[in-house]
Design a protein around this ligand. Structure first.
Ligand SMILES: [Zn+2]
Length: 275
């Protein structure tokens, strides 16, 4: 049984964000919702739709399928090379389970990846970004496990952060505290206050429920963005997980928060000294 614990965000920053070097191109609400409404129900259609959305977002030759051992469907990967090989992975699973449409868990999350790519791609980046739509999270984190296994030791060292999006759109943005690295949460909280966008700590008290667990197993710092509360948890994996349950104002705010957050991570200010 999964239980959720509310957790106050205690990390306060004395300095506000200097906005001038946090650069990204905000996408319109219409374009965010168009991708959300492209929801397909079968997992193979979802993989195909992700390819199409990444392609339309301009990923071009940087778009690839990465086979996943033990799974029929691949991870769908879009790279955004930066000046440094140090990498920020932005991941969300595209597979669904249960009788519903898998709109919240996790079409909402994965459909943001092409928009986030587009938000960052216009400016030269300090860090390399990898946007990855994971296969088969629901059957045991297969896609993310395969990705980290292929990184190898050196590759894993180059990943400074893994930003995981799972089950957005049920309400205002939440961050999982017990599964997220403190320094990554602190800067998410700074973005939330600076942009006046809501962000609450809400943690699973059991670890290992989403793709970020595969990265933590390799000692890669992670942060989990979601929108689940004790009241709404039962929607996941049920027939209630439908497009019409998505709170669209909250969902758009989640996009804005995460887009700004990724641009902030790219400045390098979020890393502990020495990184
Ligand atoms: Zn999920």
């Amino acid at each position: 049984m999964l239980r959720l614990l509310p957790w106050p965000l205690l990390f306060l920053l004395s300095a506000s964000l200097a906005a001038q070097d946090v650069r990204f191109v905000p996408q319109s609400r219409e374009s965010i919702e168009r991708r959300l409404d492209a929801l397909a129900v079968t997992n193979s259609e979802r993989a195909a739709t992700m390819r199409k959305l990444f392609h339309e977002a301009g990923c071009g030759e940087r778009l690839s399928d990465a086979p996943v051992r033990g799974a029929k469907l691949p991870n769908v990967v879009c790279d955004l090379p930066g000046e440094r090989s140090d990498t920020i992975v932005v991941g969300a699973h595209y597979d669904k389970t249960g009788a519903g449409q898998g709109a919240i868990d996790n079409w909402a999350g994965v459909s943001l990846l092409p928009a986030l790519f587009e938000s960052l791609a216009d400016e030269p980046r300090n860090h390399t970004f990898i946007f990855i739509a994971f296969a088969e999270e629901e059957s045991g984190l297969l896609g993310s496990h395969s990705f980290v296994r292929h990184l190898g030791k050196d590759g894993a060292r180059r990943v400074l952060a893994m930003v995981n999006l799972d089950s957005l759109g049920l309400g205002p943005t939440k961050v999982g505290i017990t599964t997220s690295s403190e320094h990554l949460v602190r800067w998410a909280s700074a973005v939330s206050r600076s942009m006046k966008l809501p962000l609450e700590g809400m943690s699973y008290d059991q670890v290992g429920r989403s793709d970020s667990a595969s990265f933590r197993a390799k000692k890669i710092p992670t942060i989990d963005f979601h929108s689940v509360t004790t009241e709404t948890l039962a929607v996941l994996h049920s027939k209630e997980d439908r497009l019409d349950r998505i709170a669209r104002d909250d969902f758009f705010e989640s996009y804005r928060l995460i887009a700004a957050y990724l641009a902030l991570l790219d400045t390098g200010r979020a890393w502990p000294a020495g990184k």
